[in-house]
Ligand binder design. Structure first.
Ligand code: 5GP
Ligand code: MG
Length: 185
């Protein structure tokens, strides 16, 4: 009998992620204004958002920063994008007239970021700066260029550091690529 399983391979260790986040904070800093609203996309962006706002706060930065999250429908467990993204829970903080730093874990087809950035602009955001930890440019279906990207990667499925497979592995401190295997005992 064959058993489907998978193995995880180290992609970016914790120390590399930490160094890159410090660089990203330095790159982003000159664009950010007082009264900035940081909006993370739940759940994948929780660790990245937490660490990036800490990296930003270590620099002389904007004052009066607020942080909120919004929830969109996810891929489910299969990892295949339907192209239909649904806003399940909007952020509670009013965005009208604000500069928004929109943060997600990864941009793949681009549907999620495209929909959420449009939604924030429709709600009257003055500016939406998009910031992604990971970018898989080969997989793009809608034309969308993020303002800041941590790492550009090939077409791999990634877990750890907030990203999950079947709701697991978000807690891992490193970014790992997931590879399916079949084992015949
Ligand atoms: P997009 O709408 O750009 O296709 O996909 C964005 C969302 O798909 C991400 O926020 C993430 O939830 C999920 N996603 C895309 N690629 C991966 C991946 O390699 N690993 C994980 N865990 N989620 C992914
Ligand atoms: Mg996500």
């Amino acid at each position: 009998m064959k058993t489907a399983t998978y193995r995880l391979e180290l992609l970016f260790p914790e120390a590399t992620i930490r160094r890159r986040l410090a660089e990203m904070a330095t790159e982003l800093r000159p664009r950010l204004r007082d009264g900035l609203l940081v909006v993370g996309i739940f759940k994948g962006a929780i660790l990245f958002t937490a660490d990036l706002i800490r990296a930003l706060s270590r620099l002389p930065g904007p004052k009066g920063v607020e942080v909120d999250f919004l929830v969109v429908s996810s891929y489910g467990q299969g990892g295949v994008s339907s192209g239909q993204v649904e806003l399940l829970c909007d952020c509670r903080t009013p965005v009208a007239g604000r500069q928004v730093l929109l943060i997600d874990d990864i941009i793949d087809t681009g549907h999620t970021l495209d929909m959420v950035a449009k939604h924030l602009r429709d709600q009257g955001a003055a500016e939406v700066i998009t910031c992604l930890l990971l970018d898989k440019p080969e997989r793009r279906q809608v034309s969308f260029t993020p303002d800041a990207v941590g790492f550009r990667i090939p077409d791999l499925f990634v877990v750890g550091y907030g990203l999950d497979f079947a709701s697991r592995h978000r807690e891992l401190p490193d970014l790992m690529s997931l590879h399916h295997e079949e084992i015949t005992p």
